[in-house]
Design a protein around this ligand. Sequence first.
Ligand SMILES: Nc1nc2c(ncn2[C@@H]2O[C@H](COP(=O)(O)OP(=O)(O)OP(=O)(O)O)[C@@H](O)[C@H]2O)c(=O)[nH]1
Ligand SMILES: [Mg+2]
Length: 395
Amino acid sequence: MIVKKFQGATENDAILLAKDELGPDAVVLNIKTMKQRGVFRMFKKDFVEITAAVEEKKEENTSNEKKFVIQEADSDKVDAIEEKLDSLHNMLRSRLEEDKTVKNVETLDKKEEPESVAEDKVVKTENKNEKYLSLIRKVLVENEVTPEYAEQIISEVGTSLKKETVIDSILAAVYQKIVLKLGEPENIILNKDKPVVAFFAGPTGVGKTTTIAKIASTFKLTNQARVALITSDTYRIAAVEQLTTYASILSVPIKVVYTPLEMKEAIDEFADYDLILVDTAGRSHKNLDQCNELLDLYNAIKQSETETELIPFLVLSATTRLKDMRSIIEVHKALGELRLIFTKLDETGCVGDILNIVMYSKLPVAYTTFGQNVPEDIKKLDAQAIAKQLLGGNE
Ligand SMILES: Nc1nc2c(ncn2[C@@H]2O[C@H](COP(=O)(O)OP(=O)(O)OP(=O)(O)O)[C@@H](O)[C@H]2O)c(=O)[nH]1
Ligand SMILES: [Mg+2]
């Protein structure tokens, strides 16, 4: 993993510099506004410093020039991240004190230190690193990261640690690894050349319609975008009414479609819009007929005369069992390159399954939602907040 800091006049400038140097896969780990101190305040403007990271490509492992690699980091170089991790640090320290075995190793270290040879010290520090890592692994598992994925993260971090690494750096390295695994949010970005069509699929009752209302309202009110809605959820009168009500509150047009042909026509009718949000009826991933119907509706969008940027979103409730989420994903893969939305984060204290699902599916996450309020209870994936929560910190 390559970790590096970039400074720019604005957050965007700094991110551009990071992407320029580290490539498009770089993820932002931390953003900090730097205030000029003392006399500099009179001459220089404040600036933004971001910490960005990217997974190293295997074949590039040998060339480290110009790169700042975490295992070479002194603790001062990860200070930005550590700021965020203060509470975790304290938590880990107190957990370490509770943990008898670690305590024993520590007291053993202390007693023997004066006469121990350098080599011995290294062995003991390695032991200690392992203890720290296994403690962090335990915290992850407590937060419902599966033991396999927790182990994967810990071992990936473990192999990159220097022998004399301090606990702060270990924690920072795990945090960075999780942020990297979660990736950048792949939320909706308007396309100036063609309408973006966001197609929402997912099981019944996960919050598809509510999420659409939140997104429609955000784009309409904040971005002044031209937003239109289509619903194919004609199974229940109440479902059509629900979206129609949102459409009238937001004064955006809505079309109800019953067949793939109507879907295609509706898209063409909305050809002048910036964003077309398509709602679908919740389906059981076990009912293949329903799933094929969904696929027909989706494919109809591609048949429209209008050139669009079509994005399939799969909405999952964070409260659904991991095993079920996996099979839901498998069934919906027929729609193409899915982006995930996790809803109902407010109903569960555990975000471990978000990491589990991302590591399982390698699919990007767009948004998370955390309540019934439209439009405020939605945000772009906040990988840093989730990583922090997974390590036991309070967001
Ligand atoms: N607590 C909580 N409730 C939510 C969230 N998002 C949606 N809901 C609620 O979940 C229920 C179902 O939401 P809908 O948006 O109708 O779900 P849907 O996926 O469209 O359901 P179907 O159309 O029946 O498949 C509603 O009561 C919503 O208010 C969320 O983030 N947190
Ligand atoms: Mg619905």
